[in-house]
Design a protein around this ligand. Structure first.
Ligand SMILES: Nc1ncnc2c1ncn2[C@@H]1O[C@H](COP(=O)(O)OP(=O)(O)OP(=O)(O)O)[C@@H](O)[C@H]1O
Ligand SMILES: C[C@H](N)[C@H](N)CCCCCC(=O)O
Ligand SMILES: [Mg+2]
Length: 226
């Protein structure tokens, strides 16, 4: 039976995709078959008549098993805006049942691990009544938190962890990602986060150059997830 993890972040653009693909690569290095799932994506381009998202493309590329695009990303919206607004503009509704069906199909593959990347942060609306976190709750997925190291991230990280746990879910691990190379007192902030976060620390990604960004898995230790 495949093990699925949900990757969330302290915000949008904090490195969820970079970390998700790094986790996929790290899992493959220890012999796991891994696939990725991006249930809801906004910010997509039309390719051969199908809307495609960069995050989902990257996860499709890293998968151990070749998958059709729609299996990786069932909900794709063109504008790079909050997905529930993009859905409304497209006269579509995001159904959590359909997202569950997609996950169930991935569980039927030979994958050992399924890495599910959220959109935005933890409390991401699907419509005016539902959140993506409700779906994660329903699926009982352990959560991996990506903390984008920038001023304000301590508060965002602690509140996100509080919310995940109040939702009855576990924080399987967290990653510190240096999204801002110019952050002042990075080390002191990192020490504070490590002291205050009581969940397995999976590693720290430095600000990566164009050459290094292809190998982000070397900064992670996935032992706590195995
Ligand atoms: N450690 C890093 N070093 C260099 N560039 C980084 C690093 N982390 C993230 N980036 C870059 O920052 C951008 C945002 O990262 P990423 O797309 O992984 O964020 P995200 O949280 O998945 O965003 P979204 O909410 O849109 O899904 C990307 O261009 C990525 O390559
Ligand atoms: C387009 C962007 N990169 C993300 N995929 C969507 C982020 C939505 C955030 C919604 C919110 O919480 O305000
Ligand atoms: Mg992403």
């Amino acid at each position: 039976m495949a093990k699925a993890f949900f990757v969330t972040g302290t915000d949008t653009e904090v490195g969820k995709t970079l970390v998700t693909t790094a986790l996929m690569r790290a899992a493959k290095e220890v012999g796991k078959k891994v696939v990725g799932y991006k249930p809801v994506a906004s910010g997509c381009e039309l390719v051969d008549g199908e809307l495609r998202n960069g995050d989902a493309n990257a996860m499709q590329r890293e998968a151990s098993i070749p998958l059709p695009y729609a299996m990786v990303n069932p909900y794709a919206f063109a504008p790079a805006i909050a997905p529930h607004i993009a859905a409304r503009l497209a006269n579509e509704s995001i159904q959590s049942g359909h997202i569950s069906q997609g996950l169930a199909r991935l569980k039927e593959t030979a994958a050992d691990w399924i890495l599910v990347e959220g959109a935005g942060g933890w409390r991401l609306p699907l419509d005016e009544q539902h959140f993506l976190s409700d779906w994660v709750k329903r699926e009982h997925l352990p959560v991996i938190l990506v903390v984008g190291a920038k001023l304000g991230c301590i508060n965002h990280a602690l509140l996100t962890i509080e919310a995940i746990r109040r939702d009855g879910l576990s924080v399987a691990g967290w990653v510190l990602n240096r999204v801002d190379p110019d952050m002042q007192h990075f080390q002191e902030n990192a020490e504070t986060l490590k002291r205050l976060i009581s969940a397995p620390f999976l590693g720290e990604l430095p600000w990566l150059s164009d050459e290094e960004i292809g190998y982000p898995e070397h900064f992670l230790d996935i032992a706590a997830l195995l």
